[in-house]
Design a protein around this ligand. Structure first.
Ligand code: M6R
Length: 621
């Protein structure tokens, strides 16, 4: 994770660096920092607070310059503390912004250096003093140790010693108008301006500064100067590095600086945006056709007879929901794998598999690595359901369905999840049609239900006051169980993830029929048991599972479809949903679970949009 910005310009670049950091805070917010070349020295300011405070620090300290780098951190090596905050200086001795003297090399890093221990031992033996626990400081000293008057050369030589993933931005006290960037396994873009050039982890950081973007490729090193830049690529099979041209793309990146409007938090705003987000995601769809997924989709779909979904976190739960749809509607075998597991396990590849990655950000390191792993096993039919059209994932996959949730700022995924479900339902219908399992009448019925989703979602959002009343009860709990069956088991999983992620209440989800095989032992009158109760074929089975909970004194909190006839009773609290919505019911049922997590977190006073220890985009493994 972590966010990087770098700049070489003819104007003071500190405001651009700070603005870029504000837009990259979604990548981590344990600490932040900025360093510039000023008065012939390196100067920096670092803070364990938010970027807004860093902005005040640089103003007070008068930190400014034509060249600089900045960073927002998600801690991997070393606790969140100022001494571990980036930028790191070679020979760093803790000099801060006011110090006249500091090191020679300033460096920021996103990623993980796996061989940092060996490198640290070697550098220590050569007299380098370490002031942090980070793997990043190792790279700063390494570049310093290889520096012989040409920073570009030193960085090229340094990266040859690194094992792991990195995107770095570096500048040197002795070469005042130059920043070097390099990437391997972590994203980095070059922003090309007029008489100035920039680096960033994400083009969004440069919105309004430049829309001319070069997506650096694995192994690239870039030299930025005021009016020029060049890039070298690693050689194939051990050949020497050589200069390359990379295409400059015009990218209309959104700054992500959405207004909160009447909402208290971005998460609440994003929950309430779901009718619009689903409407936008489905806009213009008149009929089911492979071309919805890009050119060449018909040929790809004709050549697959199973689906393997790869994703992490919330996105894996939309994948689990899709598995039910794919097998029941499209009659195609479907499997879902957590990306971080799949990439390291022995599996049996089948070239007639459609690999489907699901990712809001399109930058999740585990999901990208899982995709590459699948491809290396000969499975080249790849499709992504992704919310960011300019992301690495969209560039890597043959086919894509771009959800139009809009920028999701809250760390807890909400509108991205429901729009993924919409995209995956379309994929299901498309594969069903390709395979002869979708009649014209069924297609028309499904499309009608999809078009009605925004209205149906509004009706569910209107339940918010009832959910707030429950949230007051939940705020004092330390544990919660979530139950669902079939298509709604992944929704129970998602509800539990939302609650634990932002309220820090321990929550587990089970398929309701599994309760008696162990988790029932946890049920007491202190245990709220949230039950997702759609009026589907499993309702009677679910009711029996609810009785098992009541018989042990458990408190049931049931989201029941209007037509289920589940009534409130002693120990049974019911919020009545609209009538059952058929196959698309998960898209409605997840919404009150999002609201429950949100209002419980508010009642507990947590940092809802930036929960502790997490980051929006997980770009390290
Ligand atoms: O960007 P991605 O969809 O690939 O992210 C995957 C997970 O990191 C993400 O869904 C995470 O679980 C959310 N914070 C959950 O709300």
């Amino acid at each position: 994770m972590c966010g990087i910005v770098g700049a070489v310009s003819q104007r003071n670049i500190v405001p651009i660096l700070i603005q870029g950091l504000q837009r990259l805070e979604y990548r981590g917010y344990d600490s932040c920092g900025v360093a510039v070349h000023q008065g012939g020295e390196l100067r920096r300011a670092r803070s364990t607070s938010r970027v807004a405070e860093l902005n005040e620090m640089v103003a007070v300290d008068g930190v400014e310059g034509l060249v600089g780098i900045a960073h927002t951190r998600w801690a991997t090596h070393g606790v969140p503390a100022v001494h571990n905050a980036h930028p790191h200086f070679s020979h760093g001795t803790g000099h801060e912004a006011k110090s006249a003297k500091a090191g020679r090399i300033a460096l920021v890093h996103n990623g993980i250096i796996e061989n940092h221990d060996e490198l640290r031992a070697d550098l220590k033996a050569r007299g380098y003093a370490f002031t942090s626990q980070t793997d990043t400081e190792v790279i700063a000293h390494l570049v310093d140790s290889l520096y012989d008057g040409d920073l570009f050369d030193a960085v090229e030589r340094a990266i040859a010693h690194l094992k792991g993933a990195y995107a770095i931005a570096v500048f040197c006290r002795d070469e005042p108008l130059r920043v070097i960037g390099a990437r391997e396994g972590s994203p980095l873009v070059l922003g090309v301006g007029v008489g100035e050039n920039f680096l960033a982890s994400d083009a969004m950081a440069l919105a309004g500064v430049t829309d001319q973007i070069v997506y650096l490729e694995e192994g690239d090193v870039v030299d930025l100067q005021q009016g020029k830049y060049w890039i070298t690529a690693k050689g194939e099979d051990g050949a020497a590095r050589s200069r390359v041209e990379r295409p400059v793309k015009t990218v209309h990146a959104h700054s992500g600086a959405a207004e909160l409007g009447p909402y208290r938090h971005y998460m609440q705003k994003e929950i309430f945006e779901q009718p619009r987000a689903i409407g936008d995601t489905l806009e213009g769809i008149e009929g089911i056709t492979p071309e919805l997924f890009g050119d060449g989709a018909a040929e790809v779909f004709a050549n697959v007879d199973k689906v393997l979904i790869l994703a992490c976190g919330t996105s894996s739960y939309s994948g689990m929901t899709a598995k039910y749809w794919l097998e029941s509607i499209a009659k195609i075998p479907a499997q879902v794998e957590i990306a971080s597991e799949y990439r390291y396990r022995d599996s049996v590849p089948d070239p007639r598999t459609l690999i489907v990655t699901i990712t809001q950000s399109g930058e999740t390191a585990d999901t990208l690595a899982a995709l590459k792993h699948a491809r290396s096993l000969g499975m080249t039919n790849t499709l992504t359901v992704c919310n960011v059209s300019t992301s690495a994932m969209v560039r890597e996959c043959k086919l894509a369905y771009i959800t139009r949730a809009g920028a999701e700022i809250g760390v807890a995924s909400t509108k991205a999840f429901t729009t993924q479900l919409a995209g995956l339902f379309l994929l299901t219908l498309t594969l069903a049609k390709t395979r002869g399992h979708l009649s014209a009448e069924q297609e028309a019925d499904h499309l009608k239900a999809m078009r009605h989703l925004p209205v149906a979602l509004q009706a569910v959002l209107a339940l918010e006051p009832q959910v707030i009343a429950w949230a007051e009860d939940f705020a004092s709990k330390e544990n919660a169980l979530f139950l669902g069956r079939g298509l709604h088991y992944p929704i129970a999983l998602e509800g539990a993830l939302k609650l634990k992620e932002i309220s820090y209440i321990h929550a587990e989800a089970y398929p309701a029929g599994e309760l008696k095989h162990g988790p029932l032992a946890l049920v007491t009158s202190a245990m709220p048991v949230v039950t997702v109760a759609p009026n589907d074929a499993l309702l009677e089975k679910l009711k029996s599972n609810m009785q098992e909970v009541r018989a042990r004194g458990g408190q049931l909190y049931v989201f029941a479809d209007g037509d289920t006839r589940i009534e409130s009773d002693s120990g049974v609290h019911v919020i009545r949903m609209p009538e059952h919505y058929g196959a698309l019911s998960p898209i409605l049922h997840v919404v009150p679970l999002q609201l429950l997590a949100y209002h419980t977190a508010c009642a507990r006073g947590t940092d809802v949009d930036k929960p502790r220890n997490l980051a929006k985009s997980v770009t390290v493994e």
